[in-house]
Design a protein around this ligand. Sequence first.
Ligand code: S3P
Length: 448
Amino acid sequence: MSGHGTPIPMTSSKCGPLIGEAHVPGDKSISHRSLILGAMAVGETKISGLLEGDDVLDTGRAMQAFGADVINHGGGNWSVHGVGVGGFMEPEGVIDCGNSGTGVRLIMGAMATCDITATFTGDASLNGRPMARVTDPLALFGTQAYGRKGGRLPMTLVGAATPIPVEYATPVPSAQVKSAVLLAGLNAPGETIVIEKEATRDHSERMLAGFGADIKVEQTNEGRKITLQGRPELKPQTIQVPRDPSSAAFPVCAALIVEGSDVLVPNIGLNPTRAGLFETLRDMGANLEYENLREEGGEPVADLRAKYSPDMKGIDVPPHRAASMIDEYPVLSVVASFATGTTMMTGVKELRVKESDRIAAMADGLRACGVTVEDGPDWWSVEGQGPQGVKGGATCASHLDHRIAMSFMVCGMATQNPVSVDDGTPITTSFPIFEGLMGDLGAKLSKE
Ligand code: S3P
């Protein structure tokens, strides 16, 4: 539940080489889904390597409120005693999803076809984000939603007592929307179909299949078509959550811009729906190697080795790659500031409705650090200042957004003058060990 406490400013100062291994936490997307699908299975799902960030802990508490038994065994080991598809109980209180769009949207989907009513809220960031993108397709199942103007939280959902399956083409490239519809489809009789024009992260599809749902994915002329048979009995699973590529992005990008660095980030999933940043960095000329490339649980995994890369060039980031790196644009814009030439990012309007308007947040902060940034509704560009050319010396607003706070902390590791954020507390939503992990590599971070 970030953003509920007192803001704590954080400062990053130019540091010597970053050297060592960075063991980043578990994947946030897979952690949410492990808890939610575990709660919808019959029996005990065992989870190891769960991300114990605020976002995921809020989802765990929510699953408990819907009747599942969520137990923390310590050391990242958790278990969930699920209540089965359609078995959610009506929560007694309001479900507070804190800062997490993924949490609230997926949970709304999971309860939408149960004969119960639930009220959702979040922090100031989440309560400003659009929910109609989820409640519109849920209405097709028969779910009613009563929220604030513009489809904002707090919002009450009345689940469909006799849900009907739906066919839905997602109007925005969003794994959260796709997943909400699929989770709702679990308790609707017959086939629920989701069609997405652009492929978004596919963890829900993979995990639903793993839990024993009958789910089929095909490429059609309209896009990627996912067909799910409703009313399966989900079988509890033993899940080892892989490390999060979106968290790996921070030590990797820091190593690329801090002189003399050599950092190994082991065991990172390179699922093609998530690995766009690493491809982009390599296209820019980053010294980033995939070591020990292998397959684990049907997904490509590698140890990432990132070394200081003073020769990176700005590029046009292909818009078709946007979904596979949507959370990584903020830190990419930092790397782009230390490259030579202009980096142009297009097809990125989704960035405007994340935990913050990420284009505006990064553009404001980078400009204050002496970087030229231009932006429009669906694009932005960053003019590289060269490997030693970024002035820094600014305090940037993190807007209750963990990735904005961490991106500016990475920036300050290589700027001429320190960079601060007004509030570092949002970092705990996804990367609670960020400060210690980066400090162990050699970063100079301090809190006021
Ligand atoms: C997520 C999907 C993405 C991403 C978010 C996690 C998920 O959002 O930004 O951090 O786990 O499904 P959208 O699907 O809305 O783009």
